[in-house]
Design a protein around this ligand. Sequence first.
Ligand code: SAM
Length: 312
Amino acid sequence: MVKMKLRFVRLSQEIFHLDKTELCCGVFLIISIIALLILTLLSMCAEYCTQPIVKDTLTVQRKLLNINDESRRTRKQDFIDILQSRTYRTCADIFDGKLGLHWTPKQLQYTKIFTTRVRDIVMKYNSGLIEGNSGHHRDMLKLYSEIARLDFIKTVCETGFNAGHSTFMWLNTNPDLVVYSFDIDMHNYTRPLAYQLQSMFPGRLHVTYGDSRLTIPLFHADSPEVKCDLIVIDGGHHFDVPARDFDNFRAMVPLPRENLVILDDWPGREDVNLTIGAMWRERIRAGRVQELFSCLKENNRWESGITLGQYV
Ligand SMILES: C[S@@+](CC[C@H](N)C(=O)[O-])C[C@H]1O[C@@H](n2cnc3c(N)ncnc32)[C@H](O)[C@@H]1O
């Protein structure tokens, strides 16, 4: 063994003209690089190999999530009463009392899988750049998870899938619920993340790509049987997009059907005041919607909020 080492040292000195110190540094460098490679491979494996393939059927999901118990559901009026019972400074203030997240271990596991996938897919397809979304606001996610638990909500219709943060909240919170999402598909991470949610929640997410001003009426003409209980307006914020989304979704809520409408980013800054704000005020005046509640998002440099209403 010692002889072999000596021969190796002599050979290296002859071929590479290295002295003993240079040789030691070289060997140390090579060993460090190999160790670093092994560590990188192991950490990649820890992230990907240990992730379970999520392909639960609806029944298994219901059982695992264990939230099909009616006693854990909230009635819409009780929920609105809680919201209206006091004035909140920010949306985060709502969660100091009766409201709060009710994640089961399975839901937490799904959340971890989804957030890891968002990070990886957005990095891969858009260098880590992502449009503003509800994932940036914990208070918004909590409010969404409370709304998803309301007993009457079976079908959610939303504009603005983006990276799927709000969609994930609807699907993960309530296993009985189906989502119809409409997005113009302007980000190349949108489709891969929609596939991700479709494989995690089979049969429960339908995404229609294109300008919602055209796709919602076309979808409604093709599938008149789809009726919405919760409407989320969070797609295009400019021109007539919010107004068209509001009116087109209204046709998918056969009144007096119980319903809720979420308007994201209203109240908000001057630019959305002229689009979302003007649309909302005009629809309230015309008696087409009733505002139930609104709050400002916490730590939000755009100073925007969320508004809750119902078509009437
Ligand atoms: C603010 S993001 C939605 C965030 C998401 N709802 C959430 O909370 O995580 C807005 C999305 O609306 C989409 N969008 C913009 N204009 C649209 C239009 N005219 N029709 C449909 N989607 C549109 C964009 O592609 C973007 O993904």
